[in-house]
Design a protein around this ligand. Structure first.
Ligand code: MG
Length: 261
């Protein structure tokens, strides 16, 4: 009788211990994984916005802001005095041409992250060399220069030739066409980010296709373009204008459009 009582007590203790272990164990009980179905990884909402692409690759899609269509400079002002009209000339209702010495031109609108398409041609008459030949530039947010230069058979420093981020990043290759032909830049630009206290959080980045050839592959822009000295981000800024540079050469432009990102 006594031994039966001991066996009963031991069984009771083990039973309680087992229940405790089941209740408080940190090891989760094994479950068989839920069988996946195709629709479990399909996202339907919200529906992706429709944008109608242009018939011709390089022309503006339906949601683009047209900055220049060859007809007028209504979207641009003088860089030196934004109350004045852009001082460059329209040629044949087809393109514009830099008027050397008149100063650069800036967009009326301000932009941050964007997709930009711009076409340009070096001056028809080839003059000078290195940085003196067909020099202009696209200043994103009025600060960061994507260089325009006649880099067709024209050596210069590699981080100052066409499609360079001027004095920051050389292009991966030289895809420049001759001075009687049109070039295109297709740009994906991500503006720099700043913290609330004004210090830099993330540098700007840029991807550029030159005539369809990748020349800047998500390059990190190291700051404001200076002719002399290392580039930096001295202060925070928001959206800003895009400026085209007058560097004293008759560079031509056409078909400029932008999509805000
Ligand atoms: Mg330039």
């Amino acid at each position: 009788m006594k031994s039966k009582f001991i066996v009963f007590c031991l069984a009771l203790v083990f039973s309680i211990a087992f229940v405790e272990a089941q209740t408080y164990s940190s090891i989760p009980p094994k479950e068989s994984p839920m069988p996946m179905k195709p629709e479990m990884t399909e996202i339907w909402e919200p529906e992706v916005e429709v944008v109608t692409p242009a018939k011709v690759l390089g022309d503006a899609p339906s949601d683009a802001i047209i900055l220049f269509d060859g007809k007028n400079l209504d979207q641009w002002v003088s860089q030196n005095d934004n109350s004045k009209a852009a001082p460059w000339k329209i040629v044949d209702n087809d393109h514009m041409e830099v008027v050397p010495g008149s100063g650069g031109i800036s967009t009326k609108m301000k932009f941050g992250d964007c997709q930009l398409h711009i076409e340009f041609s070096a001056p028809d008459i080839v003059e000078s060399e290195s940085q003196g030949r067909g020099n202009s530039g696209v200043f994103l947010q009025n600060r960061y220069e994507l260089q325009i230069l006649d880099s067709y058979n024209n050596r210069t420093y590699r981080n100052g030739q066409a499609a360079s981020i001027y004095k920051d990043h050389a292009p991966l290759v030289n895809a420049m066409r001759g001075p009687l032909e049109w070039n295109s830049y297709d740009v994906i630009y991500r503006a720099p980010r700043f913290k609330e206290d004004g210090t830099l959080d993330a540098k700007a980045t840029i991807t550029v296709l030159h005539n369809g050839v990748l020349v800047q592959n998500n390059s990190v822009i190291n700051g404001i373009t200076y002719y002399i000295g290392l580039h930096d981000y001295p202060e925070s800024h928001g959206d800003d204008v895009i400026t085209l540079q007058d560097h004293g050469n008759k560079t031509q432009f056409r078909n400029i459009w932008l999509r805000k990102l």
